[in-house]
Write a protein that binds this ligand. Structure first.
Ligand code: AMP
Ligand code: MG
Length: 324
């Protein structure tokens, strides 16, 4: 078991000493190391069993730290986005400074940076006095963690698991945008949507072709976020389910039989609530030994629904051909 507690000072000392700390952010739990300590960053890949072609996001606590990471001149659009959406669930990809270790960027000449809004995460970075490289604190390809117990279930070899009373309130990973002059391209959908960007006067697109040219990474892999049991999607509730099924729905309008294990992500089908509880519902089904097959309701691909379905489709990739 990973030693855990809410001692931010201790966590910061561990980061400074080149150790690994799992910590909460508003999106999901991250597995952090000092961004400028190559050996520590290499251990993130080892602990997560993450392939080296998948670049990490660097987390900062103040805008000044951008100068340590982004090559100057920093595009004005970066500051515009930062002013509008930081601290928050938006990751910005920009040309990197030469000193940013290649292991973080998988050899790309760009680096992904985000300023989290979760107070514990920001305090940790501040006390560590260095940007923190942190992917999600799950094993590669598996369900992302939104609770400390999700981290404990999947990882070993981590020095400390930092906990907090403040909720992981978004529940899905950040929106990732790449800067291309005065336009940003959404590489990975998240809680900040194309509409949020354009409604704020930002030129934005969601161009998959450009995105796959920018990198090859799990953000773009077909299978990801997957439970260890078959996961099937449905749009209309089937009349019957096989025995030992677990069902995930997004409203309380269904009358499900008592003998079927059910998780309701949101009572009123609210997208932000569905996102916040999505990974938790998948963990619950994965952990329940009486469940062999998981069924999950799909949502409309609008707004945050795009990010939710991105995660659901990747989690269900192995069974998608058997869409109900
Ligand atoms: P995670 O930290 O697990 O949430 O995933 C990080 C994701 O951020 C990667 O899988 C990519 O999709 C994206 N990313 C990180 N660095 C870059 C980069 N330099 N260029 C494009 N996308 C990136
Ligand atoms: Mg991840």
């Amino acid at each position: 078991m990973i030693p855990y507690g809410n001692d931010i000072e201790k966590a910061a000392q561990i980061i400074k000493a080149g150790g690994l700390v799992a910590f909460p952010t508003e999106t999901v739990y991250g597995l952090g190391a000092s961004a400028f300590n190559k050996v520590a960053v290499a251990r993130i890949f080892e602990v997560k069993q993450r392939p080296s072609f998948d670049p990490l996001i660097v987390h900062i606590s103040s805008i000044d730290q951008l100068n340590m990471l982004f090559e100057s001149p920093i595009e004005p659009l970066v500051y515009k986005l930062a002013e509008l959406f930081w601290p928050g669930p938006l990751t910005i990809v920009h040309k990197k400074k030469a000193g940013v270790p290649d292991i973080i960027t998988s050899g790309l000449d760009t680096v992904a940076v985000r300023m989290p809004s979760h107070t514990t995460a920001r305090k940790l970075i501040e006390l560590a006095e260095i940007p923190i490289a942190a992917p999600s604190a799950n094993r590669f390809g598996r369900i992302s963690p939104t609770k400390p117990q999700h981290v404990q279930k999947q990882l070993t070899g981590v020095e400390y698991l930092l906990t907090s009373d403040e909720a992981v309130k978004i529940g899905i990973e950040s929106t990732v945008v790449a800067i291309d002059g005065d336009t940003c391209n959404i590489l990975r959908p998240g809680a900040i949507t194309l509409e949020h960007l354009t409604n704020n006067g930002i030129k934005a697109e969601s161009n998959k072709e450009k995105a796959s040219k920018a990198l090859s990474s799990p953000g773009l892999l077909k299978s990801h976020y997957a439970p260890l049991k078959p996961l099937y999607m449905f749009s209309r509730l089937p009349e019957t389910f096989p025995s030992n099924s677990g069902i995930i729905v997004h409203s309380n309008k269904y009358n499900l039989p008592d003998n079927i294990k059910t998780a309701i992500t949101s009572d009123n089908n609210t997208m932000t609530e569905i996102a916040a509880n999505l990974f938790e519902s998948l963990h619950q089904m994965e952990d329940d030994p009486s469940i062999d097959n998981i069924f999950i309701e799909v949502v409309e691909k609008n707004g945050i629904g795009i990010a939710i379905m991105d995660r659901v489709q990747k989690a269900a990739f192995h069974t998608e051909q058997r869409y109900l």
